[in-house]
Design a protein around this ligand. Structure first.
Ligand SMILES: CC(C)(COP(=O)(O)OP(=O)(O)OC[C@H]1O[C@@H](n2cnc3c(N)ncnc32)[C@H](O)[C@@H]1OP(=O)(O)O)[C@@H](O)C(=O)NCCC(=O)NCCS
Length: 133
C-alpha cells in the first residue's frame, strides 16, 4: 500500500487524530476530541496504525493483564479498508494479550466473519449491558 504501515502501541495519538475515524463508526460518531483524550489517557493499551503522519486505524484494550481483556473501538479509515490493516491490528493486540486468560469483544453480526477468521468464536453466554439502550 505504498508508504509502509506503522503499528504502534507507543506513538502518541491526539483526540483530533481520532475524530475522523470515530465519525465513521456506528457506535461512536459523536465523541468529542476532549472525551477521546480522556479515554486515551485512561486506556492501558492503545494501538495506532499509521501511514506516514496519518492515523489510518485504531484499536484499544482494557485489561488487568492477567485474567480478562476487552478489545474495543476497532476502526480502519474507509479508504484503507480491505487491505489487511484491521487484521494486522487485531493480531498485534492478541500478541500483546497472549498471556491473558479470557479476551472479549462486542461486534455487529456483520463483523462476525472478520473476527472468526482471527480465531474468535461466538460466546455461549449472553452479553449483558446497561446502556445505551
Ligand atoms: C471491521 C474493520 C475494522 C476491518 O478492517 P479491514 O482493514 O477492512 O479488514 P481486513 O482488510 O484485515 O479484512 C480481513 C478480512 O475480513 C473481511 N472483512 C473485513 N471487514 C469485514 C466486515 N465488516 N464484515 C465481513 N467481513 C469483513 C475482509 O473481506 C477480509 O477477508 P479476506 O481475508 O477473505 O479478504 C473495518 O472494516 C472497519 O473499520 N469497519 C468500520 C468500523 C467497524 O465496524 N469496526 C468493527 C467494530 S467491532
Amino acid at each position: 500500500m505504498g508508504e509502509t504501515l506503522d503499528l504502534s502501541f507507543t506513538r502518541e495519538i491526539g483526540g483530533e487524530d481520532l475524530l475522523p475515524l470515530f465519525r465513521q463508526t456506528y457506535w461512536a460518531p459523536k465523541r468529542s476530541a476532549g472525551q477521546i483524550e480522556g479515554m486515551l489517557h485512561n486506556s492501558p493499551i492503545v494501538l495506532g496504525a499509521w501511514r506516514g503522519r496519518r492515523l489510518i486505524g485504531f484499536a484499544r484494550a482494557l485489561t488487568d493483564d492477567v485474567y480478562r481483556a476487552v478489545i474495543d473501538d476497532i476502526v480502519v479509515d474507509e479508504p484503507f479498508r480491505g487491505k489487511g490493516v484491521g487484521t494486522a491490528m487485531v493480531k498485534a493486540l492478541l500478541e500483546r494479550l497472549k498471556h491473558v486468560e479470557e479476551i472479549f469483544l462486542g461486534c455487529d453480526v456483520k463483523e462476525v466473519p472478520f473476527y472468526e477468521k482471527l480465531g474468535f468464536h461466538r460466546a455461549k453466554n449472553p452479553y449483558m449491558k446497561l446502556r445505551p439502550g
